[in-house]
Design a binder for this molecule. Structure first.
Ligand code: FA5
Length: 383
């Protein structure tokens, strides 16, 4: 163990070891006077070293502190191990007391130096004699954007690139916006699939619920804006779904709505195909399967050729060759009636994409719950 600081001249030995690495018997210091003299030498060495410290040099201060107070190999530990432990019972009394005195001196001096360095730092670089710009900076561990966030941003980017703008809406809705204005009247069976969370409010308050999809923003937007409309709406939605590998009770969707005077099924199909190819790769094929949503007519489920087997059939696509992506369709003219749009003149399409499911497809993730567990071993893979 070298002495802390520059090569020492105080303790020149033929033996390579420093005095604190040798026992007192080896040093020939067995009487109380000889022991005290040895401690005085160590203390003088410490004082000389700290006297050389520049007032603001925190790195040098840390090095001195570690060299003297470091638990594993500091000088104080070495004295305890090599001078105190092997000492005779009479010597132990003297060594113990001196060691305590030395340790208190070292701790007090270092603390004073640290306070002085801090005060000098507070007074500004000029008062402290200038900053040492060569000191390493404090590195803060940076987090990364969550894979759901990254996926959402990628979806937004794709739709922005073809003229859609991004808007956001409230997570708390009235049943009117979440259901009725979307052509889902009370007692309609389509409500059962979204059996949802209502807020408990004082009697007489209007009913409020956590939105079950981003579709209410279709209505808010059309109420506020005359056509043409081209928006996407990312956001969190809630359903009373039991968690499993593909379901969560809180998840994310991105809604799309385009309304204008000349939008046909071709624009709808072309937009969907463009989006799927941009997101999942140029070779991905798209299929529209007839489906039902009260607010679109006709409605479709959009499927993509399986990314794992390219449509040949595998375990991931359950040997179908296709994977279901999201629901979509041409806006049902009945919806225009709720927002005072002229259903005879206007037409449009809408879609609602599950962000988690898209991220699962893209990154080959088999369990949706991984997104919510905040396990850094999972999240680091998306840096
Ligand atoms: C809807 O929510 C419709 N609003 C979509 C729509 C919009 C259709 C506009 C037509 C026009 P659906 O319930 O199928 O549809 O949900 C859409 C997507 O959300 C699903 O394809 C799926 O990717 C995702 N999703 C649904 N439930 C869950 C859940 N519990 N956990 C995670 N993702 C879900």
């Amino acid at each position: 163990m070298p002495w802390p600081g520059a090569a020492g001249t105080l303790f020149l030995m033929t033996d390579e070891r420093t005095p604190v690495e040798r026992t007192l018997a080896e040093l020939g210091a067995t009487s109380p006077e000889a022991i005290a003299a040895r401690f005085a030498e160590v203390r003088a060495r410490f004082d000389a070293e700290t006297a050389r410290l520049a007032p603001c040099d925190l790195a040098a201060w840390t090095a001195v502190r570690n060299a003297w107070l470091g638990r594993a190999s500091g000088v104080i530990t070495a004295i305890g191990d090599n001078w105190l432990k092997p000492a005779t019972p009479e010597q132990k009394r003297v060594v113990g007391k001196s060691l305590n005195g030395l340790k208190a001196h070292v701790e007090r001096t270092l603390e004073e130096l640290r306070a002085r360095a801090e005060a000098a730092g507070d007074a500004g670089p000029a008062a402290a004699g200038g900053s040492d710009l060569s000191l390493p900076g404090v590195r803060r561990a940076l987090g990364t954007r969550h894979p759901i966030r990254q996926t959402r941003e990628e979806l937004e980017r794709i739709f922005r690139s073809i003229g859609f703008s991004v808007v956001e809406g409230p997570e708390i809705e009235t049943p009117y916006y979440n259901f009725e204005a979307l052509n889902i009247p009370e007692h309609h069976p389509a409500r059962d699939t979204m059996d949802t969370f209502y807020l408990s409010l004082p009697k007489g308050s209007p009913e409020l619920l956590l939105r079950t999809h981003t579709s209410p923003m279709q209505i808010h937007t059309m109420e506020r804006q005359q056509p043409p409309v081209r928006i996407v709406v990312p956001g969190r939605v809630y359903r009373r779904d039991n968690p499993d590998s593909t379901h969560s009770f809180a998840f994310h969707q991105i809604e799309g709505l385009a309304v204008d005077t000349d939008i046909t099924f071709c624009e709808f199909k072309g937009t969907v195909e463009y989006f799927v190819r941009e997101f999942l790769g140029p070779k991905t094929r798209t299929r529209l399967r007839p489906s039902y949503f009260p607010f679109t007519e006709p409605s479709a489920e959009v499927d993509a050729s399986c990314f794992a087997c390219d449509g040949r059939g595998c375990r991931i696509c359950k040997h179908a060759g296709w994977i279901e992506l999201f629901g979509a369709g041409m806006v049902d003219p009945a919806v225009y009636g709720f927002v005072n749009y002229d259903a005879k003149r206007l037409s449009g399409f809408a879609f609602g994409i599950g962000v988690e499911r898209m991220a699962m497809m893209r990154y080959g993730i088999s369990d949706i719950q991984l997104f919510y567990q905040n396990d850094v071993r999972f999240l680091r893979q998306f840096e």
